[in-house]
Design a protein around this ligand. Structure first.
Ligand code: ARG
Length: 478
């Protein structure tokens, strides 16, 4: 029979030991499997140093407003210093019985300093505590990621400068379209990553607000000073609604979305590196230390790093969808669902950081084969548009010029040669107005040099764009 009243042995002060901080209300110990199922310490211990940082700011504020004594604060500081050391040197004993990082640290503090440890949680809940910890963690992660992005952007801009004149085919539909410079192609990725950095910077502003003070959901009746805590923790602002502050994880979703886009950009570059390294293209080679061999085919050298980055993009995209789905339809305010925010977040930070760092190193060791790129640009009638533009300058309306060049291309394709291999007489069959200077516009160099406007592929423009990128990067240094 179920009783609404707990058996006397489980009442506060009874002699049944109660390991859980909150277990005074319960009449039986938590089921072992449920304990493991609900515990988060195995993964949220990663937040430990941020948890301590938040607790120290909270304690200093409690002392300043007179909720705890100066001696309590001194005890808490002494205990936390020791705990930090234990964590850093790996001797801290994490217990799944204590559920999460917050209760593990609080219990250890109480073991070390007694009553002061028991006063630390005054005016606070794990709900605003964990929201604060994640924000501190994420702010730190974003700053590191911005540094990795800067490094990778620098490599791209430097490579672009080195290869500003190197001609390769530009593709649309993966068909040869028009000649471009390799430097220009690399700067396209520079631009993508620059926007990614902008997105992380933007996200950081919304991450960097203090939820502490919201307590469980409704705020607290103690005379807290939230501004003091925010200043101590370097937050730029305060959350303005306690329900919102403990429950929403939109800032984490924003981060994941910026991360998914960055990975998506890297996956595109990966796909190109993989194609370019195949003997069919033969445009580039990656240093051996970024590749692996085959256990059966002795000749193989596989571009594993770009392949893995391409693959890991799926994993990060999945984390984004996981958090969106986690948040969807949750009633206010905090729900235990939110404990599931951490693993996708941590894994995204790790995956993105590794990908960015390895990528910069890999590109530093990139070898390019200019002749192969040039030869490829000479196939596929890459300068057909230039011939059409030339006819327009001689007075032909663009649509007619387009048609004339299309017929010339068909003629050359049937003969198995390029437009520039046709004789002047042969070209004049399709475009009677052309003179001997037509061969200048059919060259690859003429084609790229003609596109010297802002955003264009001309070597001179690529050099100035790369120089500007490098100057911008210098200006961004923290
Ligand atoms: N481990 C929890 C989490 O990650 C901390 C907050 C727990 N709050 C609660 N009311 N059970 O979300």
């Amino acid at each position: 029979m179920n009783s609404e009243h707990p058996p006397s042995g489980a009442q506060p002060g009874g002699d049944t030991p109660q390991p859980k901080t909150w277990s005074g209300r319960f009449s039986e110990p938590v089921d072992e499997r449920v304990k493991r199922f609900t515990a988060s310490v195995e993964f949220d211990k990663r937040l430990a140093l941020f948890d301590i940082q938040g607790s120290l700011a909270h304690a200093a504020m409690l002392a300043a407003v007179g909720v705890i004594g100066e001696q309590d604060l001194a005890d808490i500081r002494r205990g936390m210093a020791q705990i930090r050391q234990e964590i850093e040197n790996g001797t801290f004993v994490w217990s799944v019985d204590l559920e999460d990082v917050h209760l593990n640290i609080e219990r250890r503090l109480t073991d070390l300093v007694g009553d002061a440890g028991k006063r630390l949680h005054t005016g606070r809940s794990r709900n605003d505590q964990v929201a604060t910890d994640i924000r501190l963690y994420l702010r730190d992660a974003i700053d590191r990621i911005l540094g990795y992005l800067r490094d990778l952007r620098r490599v791209l801009a430097e490579l672009a400068q080195t290869h500003a004149d190197l001609i390769m085919p530009g593709f649309t539909h993966l068909q040869v379209a028009q000649p471009i410079t390799f430097g220009h192609h690399l700067l396209a990725y520079y631009e993508m990553l620059r926007r990614d950095a902008e997105r992380f910077g933007d996200c950081r502003r919304r991450v960097n607000r203090l939820p502490l003070g919201s307590a469980a959901l409704a705020g607290t009746s103690y005379p807290i000073d939230r501004e003091q805590v925010a200043a101590a923790l370097g937050f730029e602002g305060l959350s303005e609604n306690s329900l919102d502050a403990v429950s929403d994880r939109d800032f984490a979703i924003e981060f994941l979305s910026a991360a998914a886009l960055t990975m998506t950009h890297l996956s595109r570059l990966s796909e190109e590196l993989i194609l370019w390294m195949s003997p069919r293209f033969g445009f580039i080679d990656l240093a051996d230390r970024f590749c692996t061999g085959s256990s059966i085919m002795p000749q193989k050298k596989n571009p594993d790093v770009p392949e893995l980055v391409r693959g890991k993009t799926g994993r990060v995209n999945g984390h984004l969808v996981a958090l969106l789905t986690l948040m969807k339809s949750q009633p206010l305010a905090y729900n235990k669902d939110n404990q599931e925010d951490k693993e996708p977040l941590f894994d995204t930070v790790d995956t993105l950081s590794d990908s960015l760092v390895i990528y910069a190193e890999m590109l530093r060791g990139l070898r390019v084969f200019p002749q192969r790129m040039r030869d490829a640009a000479l196939q596929g009638f890459a300068t057909a548009t230039d011939l059409a533009d030339h006819l327009v300058r001689l007075g032909t309306p663009f649509r007619e010029a387009h048609d004339a060049v299309a017929r010339a291309v068909r003629f050359a394709a049937d003969k198995g040669c390029d437009l520039s291999d046709l004789t002047l007489e042969q070209l004049r069959v399709f475009a009677p107005s052309v003179g001997p200077d037509v061969f200048e516009v059919l060259t690859l160099e003429g084609s790229v040099a003609a596109r010297a406007h802002r955003g264009g592929t001309a070597p001179a423009r690529v050099r100035s764009a790369a120089a500007k990128a490098l100057a911008d990067l210098d200006g961004e240094l923290p």
